[in-house]
Design a protein around this ligand. Sequence first.
Ligand code: TPU
Ligand code: MG
Length: 570
Amino acid sequence: MAAQQQGKFTVGDYLAERLAQVGCRHHFVVPGDYNLILLDKLQAHPDLREVGCANELNCALAAEGYARANGVSACVVTYSVGALSAFNGTGSAYAENLPLILISGSPNTNDSGQYHILHHTLGHPDYTYQYEMAKKITCCAVSVPRAVDAPRLIDRAIRAAILSKKPCYIEIPTNLAGATCVRPGPISAVTDPITSDKNALDAAAKCASEYLDGKLKPVILVGPKVGRAGAEKELIQFAEAMGCSVALQPAAKGMFPEDHKQFVGIFWGQVSSDAADSMVHWADAMICVGTIFNDYSTVGWTAVPDIPLMTIDMDHVTFPGAHFSRVRMNEFLSHLAPQVTFNDTTMIEYKRLKPDPPHVHTATREEALTRKEIQRQVQEMLTERTSLFVDTGDSWFNGIALKLPPGAKFEIEMQWGHIGWSIPAAFGYALRHPDRHTIVLIGDGSFQVTAQEVSQMVRYKVPITILLINNRGYTIEVEIHDGSYNKIKNWDYAKLVEAFNSTDGQAKGLLANTAGELADAIKVAEAHKEGPTLIECTIDQDDCSKELITWGHYVAAANARPPRNMSVQE
Ligand code: TPU
Ligand code: MG
């Protein structure tokens, strides 16, 4: 702040100060003439580091990944040509419950009144359309009309994002970023959390004891909002007080320790792991914590629990006949823990049902690489320091089947499901967690969507290991519905990432056709700290998990349900 204290304080400085205060150490940008002054102001802040991205889709997805690591993130783009691309990553942040602050430059405030037609716009002088669009995909959108309004609007948007764990949108006209502005008040006004309503907390706890009363076989089902609510510790405390089985939805993998004795696997209907499916179906009470039931997590609606549920969401709790607002998930779990009755019936049953560990075949060095062998070798890579990103495709199923050691983290984007998400998201994440070993599992089709962002890993020397599983096409789509559109152009992926090096980069691109080549390549990747390593793992086109095939059949059936209101004539 020293430099800013001396000169004039501007709208851009105000935003910079707020971003730094809420904990953004990096901000992700693509420049354009509507945001250049703003970028200068953000750059001038001593606690913010600017990170340039190759395009705005990747920029927003990098910020999405950064929010996973840091709790909040910022992405700065130019008007329309930039922002409309960044909206996709913003949609991801919304769907995945991440507070991403999307900031866009916009036209000079004089232009709309003068009916000027401007570049990068739709070509008519109504410049409100981007703000109107942003309202639909953020929890709070603000457009700053005058410098004097900036503090209030910036604070409002950022507070909304932090409280609701959703993205917000801040639009700053190009001629306001450098306009004089007052200094911000205490940051606590923006960041202080809303705590639970005491009466609602007590009443919800009473209702929980009524719900559980007389139930013999309770099970806890954990969903992905547990991590977003920061309630992992309280969940363990609550689960141990209950003593019952704990199953996880696929997108919640990593949010409850897999070596915990109450962990009974991933509940994913027909493609569940361990004995999760049997336990969930056997239960007579189900405590859903942060769950999301969508067509993917329910395997095309075939795995929807059919008993009345108790649901603990991020900021409310519901029962078959009651709803309690303003009850925070973490506070409710720790409030309830000392009040519940220990009941380990489902654990006793689990011990009887628990499948034997699968026999894993270790391939010889010369054997052609298979999906199972990749999975076996990736399993050996996982340590307490690993953060594993799995992209849409068979990588989801390969990743979910791995056993996470204590401390390992798992990131998946199953609600939004944008192929290629993992490349920019892992980049953003790894900048914030240089201490961790970030590994990406991604298919060839997904990689082609966001491949440019590997060049940022090269530029910022981020040592991410990318295992690209090349099965020559969109196999997940093949399993849902096949057609010639599921074939793609093959690339020389290993050579491609080395092309990003130019004269100064240090990416390594390796090709593994056999088990031995993969083992050697993994050793190279683990020793390489000066940039990313991409290992192209070639497998047979038909080599995919049986879970993907099964899941694909059910999702296809759900997609194909005929319209209910079809007229008799049709
Ligand atoms: O393992 P595999 O072959 O299934 O993965 P790969 O090669 O990455 O293929 C993914 C194919 C895929 C598509 C084309 N999965 N979902 N989609 C649909 C889709 C299209 N565009 C975006 C941005 N996201 C999507 N999920
Ligand atoms: Mg593929």
